[in-house]
Write a protein that binds this ligand. Structure first.
Ligand SMILES: [Zn+2]
Ligand SMILES: [Zn+2]
Length: 367
């Protein structure tokens, strides 16, 4: 046991020490930088967001941690996980293509989309998600959302949303786990999420475990706790990890923890990135639609993003035989006008589904 971690806290009096932390070694911690005299706006000022976890301000013995206990066994409801699961926009029908979503037809709806629109949320809650979408297929509610939004949601809020939306599956609550935060901060957020999760596991829908953590210890603790709720499907949010160059490292932590705690029965979904070198895992993303809104389509056997700059330039030389491109060819029109987000979206969706299936995009005519 070390006497004090880099955080400056004495390990002997620290509530994290033991099962949660083996002595802080977080060299990237912003509070450590603060101790060394670095100054940041919003951190060192009177309203510093870290005041409640700062070793210089708070006596460790007064810190209360909510340790989650397994209370229920998660249901198994999803019939198979598709290789590519589209995230859709609940409030934008241009992203609704149920007919063309590959079997087993499954879509992900972001809870945050509903939270920001009271009207939308009221309608979806009244009809249930499947009824509201008029979807003959499986629905998954994603809880991945901006930090400010997740901090506002209580256990009761999650329970109310999930009971009325009646999805087939849902992600457990997201948490704030950044590597440059003091570990006590990310632990507190992760534990809050896992504590709510053990209650939400009682709901009649399948719980998909969000793999979160600011380091290996947190990732392992997260997976271990979820595995005690009998969770077998997991999602690794990857957008920020990619941006920070940490994806491979955290994917390795996640796989190691899944092997150790869940064994061969787990399924891992890479969430929030359309394609990677790791197409061996199912992916979930909204990029197909975001790109369509930017007038960008995927081309080639490996995805190349092609921006449609000219109003009339599209599909002239594109071999694609996806439903959108085919319809255009049948109508003997050799272009899609750039304002046709829906056609580009359908092309992109079909493309990513093909990319993640056997045979890849060759079956769409690309070579
Ligand atoms: Zn085309
Ligand atoms: Zn196409």
């Amino acid at each position: 046991m070390v006497e004090a971690g880099l955080c400056g806290r004495s390990c002997l009096s620290c509530p994290l020490h033991g099962p949660l932390c083996s002595g802080c070694d977080n060299r990237g911690c912003l509070v450590l930088a603060c101790f060394k005299g670095k100054r940041y706006t919003g951190i060192n000022a009177a309203g510093c967001i870290y005041t409640s976890v700062c070793p210089r301000k708070v006596d460790a013995r007064s810190v209360k941690l909510d340790i989650p206990l397994p209370t229920a066994k998660a249901r198994q409801r999803l019939k198979k996980t598709p290789r590519f699961i589209p995230i859709i926009k609940a409030g934008d029908r241009r992203s609704w293509f149920w007919r063309w979503v590959a079997e087993p037809r499954t879509v992900i709806v972001k809870l945050h989309d509903l939270m920001v629109s009271p009207e939308l949320s009221a309608q979806a809650e009244a009809e249930g998600l499947r009824g509201y979408l008029n979807l003959d297929g499986q629905t998954i509610v994603s809880t991945v959302m901006p930090d400010e939004a997740m901090a506002r949601l209580s256990l009761e809020d999650y329970q109310r949303y999930l009971k009325s939306l009646e999805p087939d599956a849902f992600f457990n609550p997201d948490s704030e786990t950044y590597i440059d935060d003091p570990r006590l901060y990310s632990w507190r957020s992760l534990l809050r999420s896992l504590k709510m999760t053990s209650e939400l596991a009682k709901l009649d829908a399948e719980l998909i475990g969000l793999i979160k953590g600011a380091n290996r210890e947190q990732v392992r603790y997260c997976v271990k706790t979820l595995s005690q709720l009998s969770v077998t499907k997991y999602a690794l949010p990857s957008r920020e990890l990619w941006r920070d160059g940490l994806f491979k490292e955290f994917l390795a932590y996640a796989l190691e923890a899944l092997e150790d705690y869940v064994g061969g029965r787990y399924q891992l979904i890479i969430y929030g990135r359309p394609y990677t070198w790791a197409t061996e895992y199912p992916h979930a993303s909204l990029s197909w639609f975001i790109n369509a809104q930017k007038r960008a389509c995927y081309q080639g056997t490996q995805p190349i993003i092609h921006y449609i700059l000219d109003d009339h330039l599209y599909c002239d030389e594109c071999p694609c035989n996806c439903p959108a491109c085919q319809e255009i060819k049948e109508e003997q029109v050799t272009y899609i006008r750039v304002n046709n987000v829906k056609a580009i979206a359908l092309h992109n969706l079909t493309y990513l589904q093909a990319l993640h299936s056997e045979g890849g995009t060759r079956k769409l005519g690309f070579r």
